[in-house]
Write a protein that binds this ligand. Structure first.
Ligand SMILES: O=P(O)(O)OC[C@H]1O[C@H](O)[C@H](O)[C@@H](O)[C@@H]1O
Length: 305
């Protein structure tokens, strides 16, 4: 481990700690081919994921507000312990607005989670304030890693260190950068039931073979398979989303009207983003005292015709 607590396999990868304009640490992960990822301690949020050609794969709004306590509009905000307004907490819970810490001594993981990867271990523990609004002691450990082939993995371990059970929801609210919303399609959600946030969370069944976009979409697909694909015809590439412990998939594009009502969204920028999240929302996860939940999201790209 280097003095920062960020870790890498020295032979193949590099990890660097920098500060953002607010003095908050950011960790830059690099692989030997030149792919990179950048993670902020604010929110434990991945803000950038680039190919070895330097091409950004995650969307960040040109009007994103980089000043805490606002979460950054883009990258991969973590919604925890609540998704959206499905509960008594603020929208998407508090984790995305908290300062996480580097975890210098994480409990061991499988060697496959480390070897050949650049990675950093982060931890979030509740503050006194958090405990007032959500009275459950937890440890949320997050490992963000970049593999030699440029895949980005977010591995979460959430432990109940309280004396009573608690339940939570979680989503990795992944803003993919796309060529144009009218050029993409999502596969892996066909025939699934979904809850439509645009219709008071009413339940519908997906009828199409693939999902394409012509207007605002704000849905939670239920119990999907562990692989979902976002095809971008114009860029001739496909994002592969592999997930474990995350049964649901959020699909969100605000379209023109809603994005115009958001102060941190640039004009027409809704065309260049699509959120497809690995999530556990409909059935919240319950942890008994001492229990731990593990969830994994792995993102990769493959060329397509
Ligand atoms: O603006 P935010 O709080 O970041 O939420 C952005 C979006 O997140 C999810 O996709 C919700 O389903 C949407 O209803 C919400 O608009």
């Amino acid at each position: 481990m280097n003095p920062s607590g960020a870790v890498c396999d020295q032979k193949v990868a590099a990890v660097e700690v920098t500060k953002d304009r607010n003095g908050i640490d950011q960790i830059v992960l690099r692989n030997p081919r030149g792919a990179s990822a950048r993670v902020s301690l604010f929110g434990g949020q991945v803000l950038s994921w680039r190919t070895d050609q330097g091409e950004e794969l995650l969307f960040t709004s040109s009007k994103a507000i980089f000043k805490p306590p606002n979460p950054v509009r883009g990258g991969i905000p973590i919604c925890f312990p609540q998704f959206g307004n499905r509960g008594a907490l603020e929208q998407h819970g508090f984790a995305r607005k908290k300062l996480w810490a580097i975890d210098y001594n994480p409990p061991p993981l499988h060697p496959n989670d480390s070897s050949g990867k650049a990675y950093v271990d982060l931890i979030l523990r509740p503050s006194e304030e958090d405990l007032k609004i959500w009275p459950h002691s937890f440890e949320f450990r997050l490992r963000v890693s970049l593999s030699a082939d440029g895949n980005l993995t977010l591995l979460s371990r959430i432990r109940n260190i309280n004396s009573k059970p608690f339940s939570f929801s979680i989503a990795y609210h992944t803003y993919f950068a796309i060529s144009d919303i009218s050029e993409v399609r999502v596969e892996g959600l066909e025939t699934l039931d979904y809850l439509d946030n645009l219709c008071q969370k009413e339940r519908f069944t997906e009828q199409g073979d693939t999902l394409t976009f012509e207007s605002e979409v704000d849905r939670v697909y239920l119990s999907s398979s562990d692989v979902v694909a976002v095809f971008d015809h114009e860029r001739k590439r496909t994002f592969m989303i592999r997930k474990e412990g995350l049964p649901d998939v959020v699909v969100w594009n605000p379209w023109e009207k809603k994005s115009k009502s958001m102060v941190d969204f640039g004009d027409e920028e809704y065309k260049q983003m699509l959120c497809v999240d690995g999530a556990a929302i409909e059935k919240s996860i319950t942890l008994k005292p001492g229990e731990e939940w593990t969830g994994r999201l792995e993102l990769s790209i493959v060329p397509s015709s």
